[in-house]
Design a protein around this ligand. Structure first.
Ligand code: 5RP
Length: 226
């Protein structure tokens, strides 16, 4: 099975968790996009009435295009289910997210959901977080200060570029420092150290948030719980 086939399998399984009447968080990235497309098909088929909140402008645009009714946190402060991908899935379903630069809204949406379902292919499973660079979203004016603080923590920050070499900007017009940590032996500690830096908006460590992961590979879909 290819990685893309595994992503599709996980995304298709996740749609079975969406029930009529639910308020649903829509993630960002290639696996979440497959989920949104599948969800859109079921909504268009008339079998599923839901409302959704998206984690990025891209996912919001796709969902609207597919006819998925969208809501917001004023109307719907509690979501029944959030479905999103991950860059790494570690022990206890600790995650690294933000490869797509959307981890700020992804964390906000996840925090509003009663259940957070991770959709991923088996290559995302790790025994220790940190091989994938940890994204840190930063207010642009604070970037040199935050960069120095992250470097002092030996987190090896690198400014994320756009393809043309200019700094990548998030939906909230902030920059991202990708921290090439190598390993993160104590994710809670690293999360607290990064959060304490003034100018940091949000980091991509999602700890104690995911409630279930649907990991797809050659043996089908495995359900993992924290
Ligand atoms: C975006 C994310 C994505 O969920 C993560 O990058 C995984 O993406 P993909 O499903 O394309 O592998 O966190 O900010």
């Amino acid at each position: 099975m290819t990685q893309d086939e595994a992503k599709l399998l996980s995304a298709q399984r996740a749609v079975d968790f969406v029930k009529d009447g639910m308020a649903v968080g829509l993630g960002t990235g290639s696996t979440a996009t497959l989920f949104i497309r599948e969800l859109g098909r079921r909504v268009a088929g008339g079998g599923l009435r839901i409302r959704a909140v998206a984690t990025s402008d891209a996912s919001d645009g796709l969902a609207r295009q597919l006819g998925i009714p969208m809501t917001n946190f004023t109307e719907t402060p509690v979501l029944d289910l959030n479905v999103d991908g991950a860059d790494e899935v570690g022990p206890s379903l600790a995650l690294i997210k933000g490869g797509g630069g959307a981890h700020l809204r992804e964390k906000i949406v996840a925090s509003a959901a009663k259940q957070f379902l991770v959709v991923a292919d088996a290559t995302k499973l790790v025994s220790q977080l940190g091989s994938f660079p940890l994204p840190v979203e930063v207010i642009p004016i604070a970037r040199p200060l935050v960069e120095r603080r992250l470097a002092a923590l030996n987190l090896n920050p690198v400014l994320r570029p756009r393809p043309d070499g200019s700094p990548y900007l998030t939906d909230e017009h902030n920059v991202i420092l990708d921290c090439h940590c190598g390993t993160i032996p104590d994710p809670s500690r690293t999360a607290a150290e990064i959060r304490a830096i003034v100018g940091v908006v949000e980091h991509g460590l999602f700890l104690n948030m995911a409630t279930l992961a649907l990991i797809a590979g050659d043996n089908g879909v495995t359900e993992l719980r924290p």
